[in-house]
Design a protein around this ligand. Structure first.
Ligand code: NAP
Length: 291
């Protein structure tokens, strides 16, 4: 069994991005500029945005965080998005989700100029991705593809089972792996899937993205499978200083011995997600997707 180290791959890609940025800036061009909008004071969102700020600095980007109170109106937020859409000094921006309930995530997502949508959530980017056209890919599926590439894991003709059909992870993952170049035969499972165990057990590659701690057990995994664990669930623990620990969607200890490759949690998919956002921001600065 080979443990896939997202940390190692992320570190290597981070160096490549930093080198590219240094060359770009060395040619007298403006450093890529990423803006994050944070609404309210959700703890996890603040942590994620903090990581994005830190990584931006590490690769040589300029980064700005716009913080707004949870009680701002949707109209106000749409106005801020419009300003960013028009600002020539901003290459890409993200609106950290989740948003307060009174603000429509889909209206906000659609208001972002697809050329600056470095999260890749706008329907134009989603549509282009589905058609195999150049687009900003959503960060988590793109990060998983980078892991498969780095470890030279064969995907062509393999049966891949994705568990979870969210717009940001499961569904784009299933779509991308079924495209030419990756060439998997994909089954997309969700909460209404019948005989889920049997479906998952068919997978040469299993991507678990359902958000249920330790859901995938050894009896669901074929010998020699590649297992990618996307889930992150915080559970109480008396063994850590913080009083909590992170669990994936896979029961790692019993599943790992059956696998050819497996990602750990933490240190697997997680570190890749931010790297993909950096990749998209650099593409936005270089106008690689839309010219
Ligand atoms: P989500 O929007 O809650 O979607 C979960 C999906 O799992 C849904 O499609 C749901 O089915 C399905 N599901 C739930 N229970 C199931 C069950 N018992 N059997 C089969 N399918 C089931 O979650 P998400 O945003 O995709 O995130 C999934 C997990 O990945 C979460 O733990 C999240 O924290 C983590 N995550 C990690 C990263 C990272 O960087 N590592 C990034 C993003 C997300 P229905 O559609 O039928 O309801």
């Amino acid at each position: 069994m080979i443990l896939i180290s997202g940390k190692e791959v992320a570190e290597s890609l981070k160096k490549e991005i930093a080198t590219e940025v240094a060359i770009w800036v060395g040619e007298g061009k403006r450093a890529p500029h990423l803006v994050a909008i944070l609404v309210g004071n959700d703890g996890a969102s603040q942590t994620y945005v903090g990581h994005k700020e830190k990584m931006s600095a590490e690769v040589g980007f300029r980064s700005t965080v716009l913080r707004f109170d949870a009680d701002i109106t949707e109209e106000f937020l749409l106005g801020e998005i419009d300003k960013l859409n028009r600002d020539p000094e901003v290459d890409g921006f993200i609106v950290q989700l989740p948003l307060p309930e009174h603000i429509s995530e889909s209206r906000v997502t659609e208001a972002i100029d697809p050329r600056k949508d470095v999260d890749g959530f706008h329907p134009v980017n989603t549509g282009r991705m589905m058609m195999g056209m150049p687009s900003y890919l959503p960060a988590t599926p793109d990060g998983i593809l980078e892991l498969l590439k780095y470890y030279k894991i064969e995907t062509a003709g393999k049966k891949c089972v994705v568990i979870g059909r969210s717009n940001i992870v499961g569904r784009p993952m299933a779509n991308l792996l079924s495209q030419k170049g990756w060439d998997c035969t994909v089954t997309l499972c969700h909460s209404r899937t019948k005989n889920l165990k049997e479906e998952v057990a068919q997978g040469d590659i299993i991507v678990a993205a359902l958000g249920k701690a330790e859901f995938v057990t050894a009896d669901m995994v074929k010998e020699g499978a590649v297992v990618i664990d996307v889930g992150i669930t915080r559970v109480a623990s008396d063994k850590t200083k913080s009083g909590w620990k992170l669990l994936g969607d896979v029961k790692f200890d019993e599943v790992a011995p059956r696998c050819s490759y497996i990602t750990p949690v933490p240190g697997g998919v997680g570190p890749m997600t931010i790297i993909s956002l950096m990749k998209n921001t650099l593409k936005a600065a270089k106008k690689e997707i839309y010219g």
